[in-house]
Design a protein around this ligand. Sequence first.
Ligand SMILES: [Zn+2]
Ligand SMILES: [Zn+2]
Length: 390
Amino acid sequence: MPLLNSINQMQDEMKEWRHDLHKIPEIGLKEYQTSDYIKKKLKEWDIEYKDGYSTTGVVAWVKGNKGNSNKTIGLRADFDALPMPEKNNFEHKSTNEGMMHACGHDGHTTMLLGGLKHLNENKDFDGTVYFIFQPGEEGFGGGEKMIQDGMFKDFKIDEVYALHNWPELPLGHFGVSTGPMMAAVDEFDIIVKGKGGHAAIPELTVDPVVIAAQIISSIQTIISRVTSPVDKALISVTKIHGGTAYNVIDDEVKLSGTVRTFKKETREIIEQKINETAKGIAKANGGDAEILYSHLYPATVNSKEESLFAASVAKEMVGEDKVNTDIEPSMGGEDFSYLLNEKPGSYLYIGQQDSEHNAHLHTTKYDFNDNLLPIGANFWVSLVKKYFEK
Ligand SMILES: [Zn+2]
Ligand SMILES: [Zn+2]
């Protein structure tokens, strides 16, 4: 199936929405302007919706007129931005100081709005499509909160799908895996407790800096010696805080970092080993360690059948050679994982790279590729049509 003409004709219109959204990036479940923008479009098109999920989240729905099937599908777009300055100078650059759409969620929202508008005007399908507009993906667990606020209780949603633009893939290519796509994300703090004193009288102190150094090196070997080399996992210590002067040994040093895993067992063993290693080393040196460990997003794991189905839709649209069904999972995190923990479905990457779009996600020069808008909207429409024909 080539790209639908009616969607291609919407490209300029979609570009306008995308630029409008890019100008008003918002973060942290406080995306009021963005949520209002989405709802304004829904009202304009006379589409039913329910809001208030996870503060600013919105679920809209369109029922087909081809029969009485109670089959449903949920399509999700995230709409939050990042707390970082934008260094682009184009006309649609951020007008909200210190906030930027550097992950392309403005594009995700626009692609879904495009698909929604088309499906609302072409209801020749048998079933109901739910459009899930989700806030707070960037670390605020908006996906989990929408579920806690009853999204799946209010609506019978059988399967869920999401797209994320991917600057490492050429424009219009798709990447999906039939299993893990994104890692589970954990964070930890290790407070190394020693005994401070004069730097020139170390025998009277328990130096937390020396203990911290040993802990940093040792926990790296959890990855090489405790977990299997074929099981992807990482530990990064990203912050060290301690000390006040050249000639003073401090009482405490604080280490912080992140852990990324795919399997539940691996996640558990790494947490346990960080605890044992930090405490063991601290105690062997006469000190102690307190570990604060928190689980953020679970791993994003696609279900097989649904991923192969979504890939088949993409292949028919852009060609077999442009769809990689065996893409390497990313060590990044994604809160669509909470939706996939409840429902079968798939999370796909959609390539956005061309000569003008080489910037990586979360960088100050990033911008969503507008040429991707009709491709993404088309994918949603094709997915829905094929899904209800299954
Ligand atoms: Zn992001
Ligand atoms: Zn993102």
